[in-house]
Design a protein around this ligand. Structure first.
Ligand code: F6R
Length: 625
């Protein structure tokens, strides 16, 4: 979703901003823009609907010359993806320019008031409201001051500007990260955030600001995070952090941190036709890496938070991460007997969930910036119980705000659809289940068998990948399908949900995931010769039951594509098509079973001409509620 950049220093700002915008591309966006200071002291704004390349073409050989600037990639929330709605937005008569990430909930009433004060709006965005509001408050403060003291000294001018910004911010309801530049102040940028992150970085000759570390780590080498309620005054040679609400100009000390040791490699190279396909193919390696020394090596885990056996575990997450959490519930409860609840983060934060002593919160988020998950974490933290994040991005807000983090260490996931992070989440949750299983001394013989089986998974995944041509052929036969039902039971119920999510987000075909046992309670009404049921039917406790469900579908004329094991003659008889995988312990089978479903969704989407790496309407980092 939206990404923010700012630079002030002695280098040319435009190339640094463009590089930063490129680094933010993976989040998903639909328009881009930059603002720089022109020679004649005006703000120069260049923006367009489309990609960074479109902006680069627009700039052509006329690179704006400026040592400061701001940049933005926008994912539309208020108003469509047009040039006018793209950021930066200007306030007053082009007196200031700003970039905004977040959502302002009371933008309508503010807009009405500003319009009555004579402001003219060029866009339909909530962000332009902030630009005019800040301009209005600064003008009011400056007028007041100069009426009181005549001509303003530099320090008074600065003070009344900060006061003006603070007054404007007080009026905003919602979330925001803002970077602001003023036409008459070529010495500093202002940055402020509330529920939306901003990272400030030092470069050799100045400072960069970005929505995340990746956006600025091409040039910055030390980083600090701006906290909510703070306002930063960023000059090329200094950063001053003020309180957003305190009236004075007292600043706090800044702790600069070097790049995290868990640094996420930002390898931009793609050796496959698509990043999503590359990331699907990386899974044997990411899992192999994670499984090395599994027997006795829990050193990468924050043991101090895990050794103290929780009475209950609460898992909060969204989307694919939620599905991984659901798998976590099955495996943790089966192996350790610790009760686990899994809930959508977006639901948890706005309901009354009873306090229970001895709860450990596990949040799961690839990006670590998902607004719903962060909101749920903050809500839970009021209970003063331990919080552990499972996350892929070091230095992300989730990792900073949790008591401890277990890192996925799968490298940057660039495709919008989560693939390698899902299997890594499931592997980590399996390891946690084993850790707690050992601690409780339950099922120990089963545990050693499980660990043996765990080691075979990377190779099994490779074998599925080797068969990708046949999965592609199967996918092509369903190119014109209108509707899919994904069904699975037990450990593979989450796989069914995840398979359906992958298919709908990549191919835009309607796909629903169900617990197979639920079919007869409603979804069976959907079954006809136009409905394809994708069934997870590998051996396990519920295999027979799933097969009965498939018989019910078949006799109603439904078509069946099954994921099963080779030599399963019964499955062959009932299904129209079978994709084969190898058998592993039922508890771990979902780690293998999801791979053909990822490939199936990928190839089906490709056959339908969809943009698989950047599905429409979606963003990689969902930073608004
Ligand atoms: C689906 C997908 C999303 C994310 C969800 C949570 O492929 O990627 O459903 O899983 O937006 O994102 P994170 O894990 O970054 O919190």
């Amino acid at each position: 979703m939206c990404g923010i950049l700012g630079y002030i220093g002695s280098q040319q700002a435009t190339p640094l901003l463009l590089e930063g915008l490129r680094r933010l591309e993976y989040r998903g966006y639909d328009s881009v823009g930059i603002s720089t200071m022109s020679d004649n002291g005006n703000l120069n704004v260049l923006k367009t609907a489309g990609r960074v390349d479109t902006l680069t073409d627009l700039i052509g050989n006329h690179l704006p010359i400026s040592n400061m600037g701001i940049g933005h990639s926008r994912w539309a929330t208020h108003g469509p993806a047009t040039r006018d709605n793209a950021h930066p937005h200007v306030g007053g008569n082009c007196d200031l320019a700003l970039v905004h990430n977040g959502v302002i909930e009371n933008h309508d009433e503010l807009r009405t008031r500003l319009e009555s004060l004579g402001f003219y709006f060029k866009s339909g965005t909530d962000s332009e409201v902030i630009a005019h509001l800040i301009h209005w408050h600064i003008t009011q403060r400056t007028k007041l001051q100069s009426n009181a003291c005549g001509e303003l000294q530099e320090q008074d001018e600065f003070r009344s500007r900060i006061q003006g910004v603070r007054r404007a911010l007080k009026e905003l309801r919602g979330s925001y990260a803002l970077v602001i530049m003023f036409r008459d102040q070529p010495d500093y940028l202002l940055a402020v955030c509330n529920g939306s992150p901003l990272i400030i970085g030092t470069t050799d000759d100045g400072h960069l600001i970005g929505s995340d570390k990746h956006a600025i780590s091409h040039s910055a080498h030390q980083f600090t995070r701006l906290e909510d309620q703070e306002l930063a005054v960023i000059r090329s040679d200094s950063v001053q952090i003020l309180q957003k609400t305190n009236p004075g100009l007292a600043s706090r000390e800044i702790l600069w941190k070097e790049e995290d040791t868990h640094s996420l490699s930002f390898d931009d190279s793609c050796t496959y036709s698509h990043r999503t396909l590359q990331e699907i193919h990386e899974q044997p390696l990411t899992l192999k890496h994670m499984l090395s020394n599994i027997e006795d090596d829990f050193h990468s885990f924050p043991i101090e938070f895990l050794n103290n056996l929780p009475k209950r575990i609460l898992i909060l997450a969204c989307g694919t991460s939620y599905h991984a959490g659901l798998f976590g519930k099955y495996i943790i409860e089966a192996i350790s007997g610790i009760p686990v609840e899994v809930e959508y983060a977006s639901e948890f934060r706005y309901r009354e969930s009873p306090y229970q002593e001895g709860t450990l919160l596990l949040t799961i988020s690839q990006s670590g910036e998902t607004a719903d998950t962060l909101g749920a974490l903050r809500e839970f933290k009021q209970r003063k119980q331990p919080t552990v994040a499972i996350c892929n991005v070091p230095g992300s807000t989730l990792t900073e705000e949790s008591d401890a983090t277990i890192f996925l260490n799968v490298g940057l996931e660039n495709g919008v659809a989560a693939t390698k992070s899902y299997t890594a989440d499931c592997a980590i949750l399996s390891r946690l289940a084993m850790l707690w299983g050992y601690q409780k001394d339950v099922n120990v013989s089963r545990l050693s068998l499980l660990i043996n089986d765990f080691h075979t998974i990377p190779q099994m995944i490779s074998n599925v990948l080797d068969a990708k041509e046949s999965i592609k052929n199967v996918a092509h036969t369903y190119e014109d399908a209108k509707r899919f039902l994904f069904i699975g039971r037990g450990f593979d119920y989450p796989t069914a949900l995840e398979g359906a999510l992958k298919l709908k987000e990549l191919s835009y075909i309607s796909a629903e995931g169900y617990a197979a046992g639920e079919l007869k309670h409603g979804p069976l009404a959907l079954v006809d010769d136009q409905t394809i049921t994708v069934a997870l039917a590998t051996p396990g406790r519920t295999y027979e039951k799933v097969l009965s469900n498939l018989e019910e579908i078949r006799c109603r004329g439904g078509q069946i594509l099954a994921i099963g094991v080779e030599d399963d003659q019964r499955l062959k008889r009932v299904a129209n098509n079978v994709i084969y995988v190898q058998k592993v312990d039922e508890f771990l089978q979902p780690l293998v079973n999801i791979i053909p479903l990822q490939l199936f969704a990928f190839y089906l989407a490709l056959a339908r001409g969809c943009d698989v790496d950047r599905p429409r309407n979606l963003a990689k980092s969902v930073t608004v509620e």
